[in-house]
Write a protein that binds this ligand. Sequence first.
Ligand code: APR
Length: 284
Amino acid sequence: MEELFRRAARDLVNSRYAIALTGAGMSTESGIPDFRGPKGIWTKNPEAERDAYEAYDKLLRDPKAHWEEVLTPGSFFSLFEGMGKALPNPGHCSLAELERIGILKCVITQNIDGLHQRAGSQNVIEYHGGLSKLRCMSCGSRFDRGEFDLQGLKTRDQLPPRCRNCNGVLKHDGVYFGEPIPGDVYHQSVEAAWKCDLMLVCGTSAVVYPFAELPRLARQRRTEAERKTEAGINLVEKAPAVTIIEVNAEPTPLTYERMSDYLIQGKTGEILPKIVEEVERIRE
Ligand code: APR
């Protein structure tokens, strides 16, 4: 393991544009269960997973009824309520430190818990949205959830909450299964995946798309770059080779398909601080 920490540190120090991709495994050491691990939210509540798969259709069919369900204690949404009380762990702090010293350019996270930002990471792309925000389904505007008295709207029979810019229907900013990834977040992530020459993939089973496409995009970008340039999206001229490093408790499809260069198997909260120590040793 020591040799893997040193190898990852060397790769990070030699990188020109390193980014991190993260998933629920980053936050289990903060007391937030992941989804598909042995103690995962979906593993333990298969009916909640079924509800989650139906949520977007229900919202499109009847936003009022959807919001009444969201605000009903015991609905699957309440599974996420505890997230707001969790604290960042050494894994989150390590990625924030790599950004602070100029090595990590951004974190693209699937997590809605806001722990990267609370650990001090500045450039965070919330690929699946954020727990603390509401988003307009018409104009895409985002608002702090605290600005809306949602329970009051329910009591006064004034659901769904409405956008202050266009009066469109507001939903949780969290992206539901079957819901398209918001355009701004999607493009920022694709551009970062194309630009990067190092990708640190931490605490994700890498089975949920389109997020799991990002490492493949970085790996296959030469042809993609040419195709997209035709579509008018500005891209880097020469796409450098990319190093993809996984830090995860178990191997993933990225490991088996050799999409990643190597896997450092274990806990992100234990491994990432060790890598940062090595980075600082190299930079001394
Ligand atoms: N350190 C490293 N890896 C860990 C740790 C840890 N402390 N704890 C768990 N893991 C690993 C698990 O072994 C698993 O491979 O993290 C991975 C978590 O995978 P998932 O539970 O599938 O979570 P994630 O990949 O983030 O899920 C993607 O699915 O349900 C949707 O929208 C939800 O954003 C989520 C998306």
